[in-house]
Design a protein. Structure first.
Length: 214
């Protein structure tokens, strides 16, 4: 049973038995994987905070043919969303991770999607304003999936922001001026597109709405 090592982005975890966790993670070169982290619930020494959503790191795991679950050997944390300079950004971590999880395919390499997710962690640490960053993330995620539709009803301000987003890096958003009204317009448009193509509402989006952020 070979040991694979790769860069990965943690997406979510859930309980397995009394001591283990299932970890869903997106690798740079081998697509989305699901693995068992042994004793992750009983002891934090082995994985520590490296299993938090949107944590970027180096992952080692064992994989057998015809097995749905791999076995996590280690996660070497390199970047964490918990380093966000803006505390408000932490409310969006689950939202970004859930969106990536919904669209990432099992064992289907998608380095572009991986890099988009990892760039969000860098933007958190650099204190990029979270509302423009969220609209940027939604825009690029929908574009990568080939489902973005710039409807004729969008305002000139919304179109200007999307043009800037198309040529900007996440860190470059600090130099993009956009009004709260335009961000709200794009939020509603993106939410409708996401719900249409996923055919469901995201749990994390509901949490953000309850918190008055989405």
């Amino acid at each position: 049973m070979p040991l694979y090592t790769t860069d990965a982005l943690i997406l979510r975890t859930y309980k397995l038995g009394e001591s283990d966790r299932i970890v869903v993670f997106l690798t740079r070169d081998r697509g989305k994987k699901r693995g068992v982290a042994k004793n992750a619930r009983q002891s934090r020494r082995r994985f520590g905070g490296a299993l938090e959503p949107l944590t970027c790191g180096r992952v080692g795991y064992f994989e057998r043919e015809r097995r749905d679950l791999v076995r996590l050997d280690y996660v070497e944390q390199r970047r964490s969303p918990l380093s966000a300079a803006d505390g408000e950004a932490l409310g969006y971590v689950e939202y970004f991770a859930e969106l990536i999880d919904e669209w990432a395919q099992e064992a289907d390499p998608n380095e572009t999607l991986f890099r988009l997710g990892a760039s969000m962690v860098d933007a958190f640490a650099a204190a990029v304003p979270i509302e423009p960053l969220a609209r940027y993330f939604e825009y690029w995620l929908l574009r990568l999936q080939g489902v973005y539709e710039m409807g004729p009803e969008l305002s000139d301000g919304a179109r200007a922001f999307l043009r800037a987003a198309r040529t900007s890096t996440p860190l470059g958003l600090r130099d993009v001026t956009v009004s709260c009204g335009v961000l709200r317009e794009l939020e509603l448009a993106h939410r409708a597109l996401i719900t249409l193509h996923l055919e469901k509402d995201l749990k994390s989006a509901g949490v953000l709405r309850d918190m008055g952020r989405q």
